[in-house]
Design a protein around this ligand. Structure first.
Ligand SMILES: NC(=O)c1ccc[n+]([C@@H]2O[C@H](COP(=O)([O-])OP(=O)(O)OC[C@H]3O[C@@H](n4cnc5c(N)ncnc54)[C@H](OP(=O)(O)O)[C@@H]3O)[C@@H](O)[C@H]2O)c1
Length: 321
């Protein structure tokens, strides 16, 4: 479609692919963690980062699938450097275990891509008793990021290379519950709406990027944090909801990107020198875009951050991890 080819200030568009936005970049010596690289956008992100020379650590909940993806990428890119480590991002215990394993590897960490996600399943709670979409899409990534920050800061200091954190949000962050984030009833099954809860978790992703970027800037740390709407891509994301499968299958097919295009904004933010120093923004189609009002409300953002910290700390102290 012509509209996909409209180029924004970056010079790239919705139809740009991950390979195109990283063309000519040699990223040997950089290490990236990508959550959820066994399918869809994460898989293409892992492939293209590996193609550019990045040492990719695949954080996967299904290690058999992870090793298969690793082999497929190596078949195409024989010099690819890839590790597979187990992570169920919906579980704080699993996040802690992953972080311990990563730290004991002694690897540096330049790039963190919070990509794993689920969309609109029926109501359920995570093993830490947090509504599953909020637990998977936000809280696990929030804890993972905070737990890896020291490693990223050390890498940045030693190498002098800017660290980059990319968090997958969605345009559907705007279709959250009317209160934005339900601080008082995050686990309320009665009023649960699968699509609003997905929107809430994706709003959380944009809020997370906004506040973390502000904090790092204030500290003078050379790490950028940005959130991304990748476009509408027919991946496995629709698997938990019949409604979403139908919508993806029939209604939005005309607006779909392929995964090569869907992974481009993530790869652009992870590797392209043109975005050096740009932080706290929400990106669509390789260009800065606008978010819902919640993200620009400093009081709301602070309340959200404190809520996330309390949720993690409460669960970590109340359960024998
Ligand atoms: N596709 C779209 O149109 C679209 C639009 C806007 C935003 N997004 C966002 O883009 C991101 C990637 O989505 P996608 O479309 O590529 O979906 P996908 O094909 O379903 O891939 C999701 C990935 O996340 C992993 N994952 C799910 N739950 C996990 C858990 N508890 N622990 C560890 N990994 C887990 C999945 O692993 P398994 O294979 O083991 O399940 C899979 O590798 C998501 O954050 C999504 O919200 C997608």
């Amino acid at each position: 479609m012509w509209i996909f080819s409209w180029k924004g200030p970056s010079g790239f568009s919705a139809s740009s692919t991950a390979e195109e936005v990283t063309q000519g970049i040699e990223a040997y010596g950089l290490t990236a963690i990508i959550t959820g690289p066994t399918s869809g956008i994460g898989l293409e992100t892992a492939r293209v980062l590996a193609l550019r020379g990045v040492h990719v650590v695949m954080a996967v909940r299904n290690t058999t699938a992870g090793h298969k993806v690793k082999q497929d990428i190596i078949n195409e890119v024989p010099k690819a450097k890839i590790d597979v480590m187990e992570l169920d991002v919906s579980s704080l215990k699993s996040v802690n275990k992953f972080v311990a394993e990563f730290k004991s590897s002694g690897y540096p960490l330049n790039i963190l891509i919070a990509n794993a996600g689920i969309m609109a399943p029926p109501f359920s709670l995570s093993e830490d008793n947090i509504e599953l979409q909020f637990a998977t899409n936000h809280i696990g990534h929030f804890h993972l990021t905070n737990s890896l920050l020291e490693t990223m800061k050390n890498t940045t200091q030693k190498s002098g290379i800017q660290g980059r954190i990319v968090i997958l949000s969605s345009v559907l962050h705007a279709t959250t519950y009317k209160e934005g984030v339900r601080f008082d009833k995050i686990n309320d099954e009665k009023s649960y709406n699968a699509l609003h809860a997905y929107g809430q978790s994706k709003l959380a992703n944009a809020l997370h990027a906004k506040e973390l970027s502000r904090r790092l800037k204030e500290e003078g740390v050379n790490i950028t944090v940005n959130s991304v709407h990748p476009g509408i891509i027919a991946t496995n994301i629709a698997r938990s909801s019949l409604l979403v499968r139908v919508v993806f299958g029939y209604v939005v097919r005309l607006f779909l990107k392929n995964v090569e295009q869907g992974a481009s904004t993530t790869c652009y933010l992870a590797l392209n020198p043109a975005v050096k120093g740009i932080t706290g923004e929400y990106w669509v189609d390789n260009n800065i875009s606008t978010t819902s009002a919640f993200v620009n409300d400093p009081e709301f953002v602070k309340k959200f951050w404190d809520f996330s910290v309390e949720l993690v700390n409460g669960k970590l102290t109340s359960s024998p991890l």
